[in-house]
Design a protein around this ligand. Structure first.
Ligand code: ZN
Length: 610
């Protein structure tokens, strides 16, 4: 028999004798408040307590108390059977203090001792519980500015509160995002006195301020491209209205002139063209739109759905997609094919100033509202390094209700949000267990991502914690499905961006995976040549743009992406769990690195997001 147990029994017997002299009747039942309700502890004893704390049973077997003191009844049954009921009937005096003491000791004894034990507490059942709330119909697809978004924000901040994270800067969990919703009330294009009507002859999206432009000329500017291999900007366009083709020209062999190959270049995207035009001082862009009706129908949602933008963000210059009647009026009848052919054979641009009077008018209806980034700040333990922060982001907003259908956004991005909530819990648990981490963690479920990464953009422009001390961003967006490339393998995850700015970050990321979880890391989308360009398509990009090394965790797209069929029954919870653990352990390693990841690389994604 080991010493501790001998000692325990001696103490037990002593108290038993003291107790026996007590005149209080023993028939009164005593209860203890466990996590799962009250249980009778008439047979409680120091012996139990001792064994629980030492994780050691009198029969020499190891005893593992249930985490958080749950299942106390079960635990007491074990002890009762081992010790025998009668011998343990002690400690009836001062029972109130003993109850608290016992609970406290049990809880303490059941706390994890290692970081692996903490990580293992990240469990499917908790992740699923969060997803069930976030992706429920009552949240109506969590569109920013709608009640469902705020319900989600409240759920998130309540979770932070429940695990003991205080409001940041002692005041709130929310960072308000000032937003503007815009709908086009009226739009008119007039060319040389002919008036064209909105939607029938031309269309646009509610992305720019209302406008009134009068010009006596229009500059036809080929495809509106400006690249090393091919450029249309060979003439003065400052303050002009330009007319351009959509897309990118091909040579006679069928290769694109910008990319030189079969793949269309990113510069030919309309957003990129608008950005370029703005840089060059252009006033407005008219896009020649072939197959007008087809294009119009495909874009109908974007045309009719109000546009949302940050009140303080730069906006594009006015742009219009014009159909055949307007194009013919400007260029002359059926000229487009001839011009295209010329560019094709000559492999260079054609531009021309057309002296026609043009008037572009739009009137908007603007409403102002706010979205919410939610901040859970967990302070690190090192007196100096705690000033440095690892930010973990996941957008919790989604696209709301479209055509009466609730878009639940279970994968996109209730999964990532749930991951951040459980990572917050894990860091809090480590802290409570005395397993220290040096740097601080900022859990940042953010909003308005679906409107163009606006919440994270607002955060980096108005950071609540200094960006120069923000050493890394780990972003989670869609980690719950399996894509066509891995139909039978739930152990994969795509990592994007880990090596783009910092070799140290990439190494830490690799090492964390090898040390703790061993997932199959797929770097397909990390290739700057990948046409999907996911690197630009989620919130980490706003941090990367500020030169903060960032990783995007992602499980790929699927047929339910941005559809009302992205529901929680299709998620692979095992995958959500494993990926969440990987992110947690990576954050853990980063929080404890001796030196912060050095920014030693230039990003090989050369173009900015357009
Ligand atoms: Zn998303």
């Amino acid at each position: 028999m080991n010493k501790k147990i001998t000692l325990t029994i001696i103490i037990g017997l002593m108290i038993f004798f003291i107790n026996a002299q007590n005149t209080q009747p023993h028939n009164q039942k005593k209860y203890i408040q466990g996590v799962n309700g009250t249980i009778n502890i008439e047979y409680s004893s120091l012996a139990i307590l001792t064994a629980i704390i030492n994780k050691n049973l009198p029969n020499g077997k190891e005893y593992n108390p249930n985490p958080d003191g749950e299942d106390l009844q079960r635990d007491f049954e074990i002890f009762k059977n081992i010790y025998g009921y009668k011998n343990l009937q002690i400690l009836e005096y001062n029972i109130e203090t003993q109850q608290e003491l016992i609970i406290e000791k049990i809880k303490k004894a059941s706390l994890p001792k290692t970081i692996n034990e903490v990580g293992e507490k990240i469990a499917q059942k908790n992740l699923k519980r969060h997803i069930k709330v976030l992706a429920s119909d009552s949240l109506q697809g969590r569109e920013v500015g709608h009640p469902g978004e705020f319900m989600a924000a409240e759920y998130i901040s309540n979770h932070f509160k429940s695990i003991g994270i205080p409001p940041y800067k002692d005041s709130t969990y929310y960072q308000k995002i000032p937003l503007e919703q815009r709908k086009i009330k009226k739009a008119i294009i007039e060319v040389d006195g002919a008036i064209y009507s909105y939607k029938k002859d031309f269309y646009t999206y509610p992305n720019f301020s209302q406008t009134q432009i009068n010009s006596n000329e229009i500059v036809f500017l080929g495809y509106g491209l400006d690249t090393k291999n091919y450029s249309d900007y060979n003439t003065d366009v400052e303050g002009k209205v330009i007319l351009v083709f959509s897309g990118e020209p091909k040579d006679e062999e069928g290769n694109y002139l910008v990319s030189g190959g079969e793949k269309i270049s990113p510069e030919s995207n309309w957003k990129f063209k608008l950005k370029k035009a703005k840089e060059k001082g252009v006033k407005a862009v008219l896009f020649i739109t072939e197959n007008y009706q087809e294009n119009y129908e495909r874009s109908e949602h974007k045309i009719d759905h109000p546009g949302v933008s940050l009140t303080q963000k730069e906006e594009p210059i006015p742009f219009f997609y014009i159909g055949k009647d307007v194009v013919d009026n400007i260029l002359g009848k059926n000229k487009t094919e001839k011009i295209k052919k010329k560019i094709k054979t000559k492999k260079r641009s054609l531009s021309k100033t057309i002296n026609k009077k043009v008037i572009l008018t739009t009137k908007n209806k603007d409403t102002f509202f706010e979205g919410n980034n939610v901040l859970g700040f967990i302070e690190g333990s090192d007196p100096e390094l705690k000033e440095e922060i690892i930010v973990i982001t996941a957008h919790y907003d989604h696209i709301g209700v479209i055509d009466g259908l609730i878009h639940n956004g279970a994968d996109d991005n209730a999964t990532g949000t749930a991951a951040v909530l459980e990572i917050a819990s894990a860091f809090q648990l480590a802290k409570k267990s005395g397993i220290n981490f040096k740097r601080s963690i900022l859990c940042l479920p953010n909003s308005a991502e679906e409107k163009g990464l606006l919440g994270s953009y607002y955060y980096v422009e108005n950071p609540e914690f200094p960006l120069e001390n923000t050493i890394t961003c780990l972003n989670v967006d869609m980690i719950g499905r399996m894509d066509d490339f891995h139909p039978n393998d739930s152990n994969y995850v795509y990592l994007i961006g880990s090596d783009k700015l910092s070799t140290d970050l990439h190494k830490t990321s690799q090492k964390s995976n090898e040390k703790y979880v061993n997932m199959d890391i797929d770097y397909t989308f990390n290739d700057p040549k990948d046409p999907n360009r996911f690197y630009y398509r989620s919130d980490h990009y706003n941090f990367a743009k500020k030169n903060i090394p960032s990783i995007f965790y992602f499980s790929g797209v699927h047929e339910d992406y941005h559809k009302h069929t992205d529901t929680m029954d299709k998620l692979v919870y095992e995958k959500v769990e494993k990926t969440t653990r990987l992110i947690f352990y990576t954050a853990w390693e980063l929080a404890n690195l001796e030196k912060r990841p050095e920014v030693d690389r230039e990003n090989d994604f050369k173009l900015n997001r357009y």
